[in-house]
Design a protein around this ligand. Structure first.
Ligand code: AMP
Length: 267
């Protein structure tokens, strides 16, 4: 688990015609991980920290939509324009639009450095599509990390979250404040509150999570892939907890004799 340089994720954020400035080094056993958990639980922050330790690329579907938001309206397809409207309200974007977008970027799923999927899949239909694609490509998922946090803590995290306009680093007004209010510690960019972190959107997002995404916990548990991790404490604490859970998980699942659980099917 050597530290690894981050890359700009150009092929993921802009689409397959774009080239990443640095591609993660291929490894024999890439980490192919799905990060699950309610909005605000800290999946994006963990993905960034885990990327530095595991080398696997941070693939966030929310980031693809946010990148599209910054583009000229005439460059966007009608499906993408509609998607951004769903996102602004805090609603889930329709499965077909999300899946078209992910399938178009399936090269990122084949990347030899592995991946950390953040915010995808978010519905059973998306999880089934991913399972089918990974099965066809012969790329088994390593694990599905499910970050657990009580609802009141989730609401507090979402409402205090601030994101850097330039480098997308995430801060929190009280839990992880920047050194200078409103300014990013990392690049000096301006911090802003995401439109969908406003109270009216937060309740819609949490309802969408309960309705559509929470059932994925049982889905992945049945596949023997679910790895629950408590999302309490500082981002560094949670990352350390995740890394030790993943290390133990890999040892256990690559030595089935040590594990009393049924053998994990290939996904
Ligand atoms: P996130 O940054 O993951 O919280 O995503 C921000 C918003 O993008 C969500 O509230 C949805 O509107 C949309 N979105 C991102 N990923 C998905 C997905 N897998 N399925 C449906 N909508 C998504």
């Amino acid at each position: 688990m050597a530290p690894h340089n981050n890359n700009d994720r150009a092929a993921w954020l802009q689409g397959p015609s774009a080239r990443c400035s640095a591609v993660p080094e291929p490894t024999q056993t890439p980490w192919r991980i799905v990060l699950l958990g309610a909005p605000g639980v800290g999946k994006g922050t963990q993905a960034e920290l885990l990327n530095l330790r595991l080398g696997a690329c941070h693939l966030s579907t929310g980031d693809v939509f946010r990148a599209a938001k910054g583009r000229d309206a005439c460059e966007l397809s009608p499906a993408m324009k509609a998607a951004l409207e769903y996102m602004r309200r805090g609603d889930l974007v329709p499965d077909a639009t999300v899946w078209d977008m992910v399938r178009e970027r399936s090269g990122c799923l084949r990347c030899g450095g592995g991946f950390l999927l953040d915010g995808f899949p978010r519905t059973l239909a998306q999880a089934e599509s991913l399972k089918l694609l990974m099965g066809e490509e012969g790329l088994p998922l390593t694990a599905v990390v499910n970050y657990e946090l009580p609802v009141n803590a989730i609401v507090a995290r979402l409402s205090g979250r601030r994101t850097c306009e330039t480098c997308k680093a995430v801060f929190h007004a009280t839990e992880r404040p920047p050194k200078t209010a409103g300014i990013c510690d990392r690049c000096g960019g301006k911090l802003f509150q995401r439109e969908d972190d406003r109270p009216e959107s937060v309740s819609i997002r949490l309802a969408a999570y309960d309705r559509s995404t929470a059932p994925l916990i049982a889905f992945y548990k049945n596949l023997g892939l679910l790895l629950p991790v408590a999302a309490t404490g500082s981002p560094e604490d949670i990352c350390a907890r995740t890394l030790s859970a993943l290390t133990a998980w890999r040892i256990r699942t690559s030595s089935p004799a040590l594990d009393s659980a049924p053998a994990r099917p290939n996904l």
